[in-house]
Design a protein around this ligand. Structure first.
Ligand code: SAM
Length: 248
């Protein structure tokens, strides 16, 4: 679903933040990323992007991918097998994640899945899991100020865009029916809601959790850059690409 949703956007968007992740890795000496945690994956887009960034050292990095969704894990496992990666896959709620410390934690468009209070626990988990000298890298859209309307929005895919891409890709009638049914399940029965963070609040939470902000790139959120889901809120939002380290 996610790749189709990305194709449904103008010119077919790539995963936002790819350049940022690649650049951030160049700041690590080659030997310093031994263990990398991908915290929430969705489709294989994030894993594929990170592999592209790490080509010079991929054989030395152990990738740990955690997500609560079995389908997501299965999809990513297939990609990892195809690429012969050193990787492990965990179907787990992050609150129950138990792994040895890592050198880098990557997350992408994950924070809206967490309420303000849940973000405190997520940041605490990241701090506990990070080796000294390690970094958290995330790319996420945020509100620039508290929205006037309800901050919670239902998770929405661009249904007609996805179906039109599927037709262009010459999906058979049977495949189109299956796709429509999947969209129905995801859009009508899913209870997933988004709580996009407010920038200032997020910065305060990050500081309180014991992180130092090494970099905080603010990027205007253009239509092509926006994620594969649509949203009805009109409060200004930007994408933030952040690099965090634990305070010494
Ligand atoms: C929006 S997706 C990430 C976006 C993705 N990186 C992309 O391609 O744009 C969020 C992922 O995090 C996972 N997730 C959300 N909350 C979680 C939680 N509490 N524990 C584990 N996984 C979670 C979801 O299953 C989903 O795969």
């Amino acid at each position: 679903m996610w790749p189709l949703a990305r194709l449904a956007k103008v010119h077919g968007t790539q995963l936002a933040g790819a350049d940022f992740f690649c650049e951030a890795f160049t700041e690590f000496p080659k030997t310093e990323i031994k263990r990398l945690l991908i915290c929430g994956a969705a489709d294989t887009g994030l894993l594929a992007t990170l592999c592209g960034c790490l080509t010079d050292r991929l054989s030395e990095v152990r990738i740990i991918l955690a997500d609560r969704c079995q389908t997501v894990i299965d999809q990513n496992r297939r990609l990892a097998e195809r690429l012969n990666l050193s990787a492990e896959f965990l179907v787990s709620e992050f609150s129950e994640l138990q792994i040895a410390p890592v050198d880098v934690i990557v997350s992408h468009s994950l924070l809206p899945f967490f309420t303000f209070e849940q973000r405190v626990s997520l940041l605490e988990l990241w701090r506990q899991l990070l080796n000294p000298g390690g970094r958290v890298l995330f790319s996420n859209s945020v509100f620039t100020s508290a929205p006037s309307v309800d901050r919670v929005s239902r998770f929405q895919f661009d249904r007609s865009g996805i179906l039109s891409v599927a037709k262009q890709l010459q999906f058979s009638a049977e495949q189109l029916t299956q796709l429509q049914q999947s969209l129905d399940v995801m859009m009508e029965k899913s209870s997933t809601t988004l709580v996009r963070p407010v920038e200032e609040e997020l910065i305060a939470q990050i500081n309180q959790a014991g992180f130092e902000i090494k970099s905080w790139n603010r990027i205007a959120s253009g239509i092509a850059e926006r994620g594969p889901y649509s949203s009805s809120d009109s409060t200004e939002r930007i994408r933030v690409e952040a690099c965090l380290a634990t305070k010494s």
